[in-house]
Design a protein around this ligand. Structure first.
Ligand code: SF4
Ligand code: SF4
Length: 200
């Protein structure tokens, strides 16, 4: 039986090693999708039921990490159905101002808003009388990098359809999203938006 001893010891070592450093992918799968030479995700040529599940998981991550919202996911108050996402809404009044804007003061931003029809941040919320907002204390007010504050030259505002990372797909997903975000790696609605918007 001595010839079996090395085998048994190797097996015991392998099992011990396995329990000490468990295989990470066995704990939960890591989603890996193809990336192009420019460092952004490849736009899919087709969408399957399996890929929709993967995209839904990525979209939930965008909701959490970048405040993504569209008509079917994310915080409903942070979806602008008109695709403006502007502090003061569109100048022509055809989109909602942000619920956190009072005059030129933003309740959460350190500095006042000086161009409300062309500025925004990732924390935009639709104006809603039933949704009171709190003014942050002076020390607690947030700087621009924290809230993803930025400007656009478009009078129509922000949203995925005016973001450099959005590409129109050849087909829509089963919930009607017809664009693909190459930064986040999942289908998006044209009027959706997130904190990482790069205006074009
Ligand atoms: S900076 Fe952000 S939170 Fe403040 S008013 Fe503008 S969109 Fe709203
Ligand atoms: S297309 Fe732009 S705004 Fe839309 S989710 Fe992607 S990064 Fe955000």
């Amino acid at each position: 039986m001595t010839f079996l001893r090395p085998l048994i010891e190797n097996l015991r070592e392998a099992l011990t090693h396995e329990s000490a450093t468990p295989n990470d992918s066995a704990l939960r799968p890591i989603l890996v999708d193809p990336v192009d030479k420019d460092g952004l995700f490849v736009v899919p040529k087709s969408i399957t039921a399996e890929s929709e599940v993967r995209y839904a998981k990525r979209r939930q991550d965008s909701v959490r990490i970048a405040q993504y919202a569209d008509s079917k996911c994310g915080l409903p108050a942070t979806f602008d159905k008109d695709g403006g996402y502007l502090c003061g809404g569109r100048k022509d009044g055809r989109s909602s101002a942000c619920n956190k804007l009072v005059g030129t003061e933003c309740l959460i931003r350190k500095n006042p808003i000086n161009n409300m029809h062309y500025q925004s941040c990732g924390m935009w919320e639709m104006r809603n009388a039933g949704d009171p907002e709190g003014r942050y204390c002076p020390k607690g007010k947030l700087d621009d990098s924290r809230i993803g504050f930025g400007s656009t030259k478009s009078a129509l505002g922000f949203s995925c359809q005016r973001c450099e990372y959005s590409t129109t797909m050849k087909m829509s997903d089963s919930e009607g999203r017809g664009s693909f975000c190459r930064l986040k790696g999942h289908p998006v609605e044209s009027n959706a938006c997130c904190e990482d918007n790069e205006p074009v």
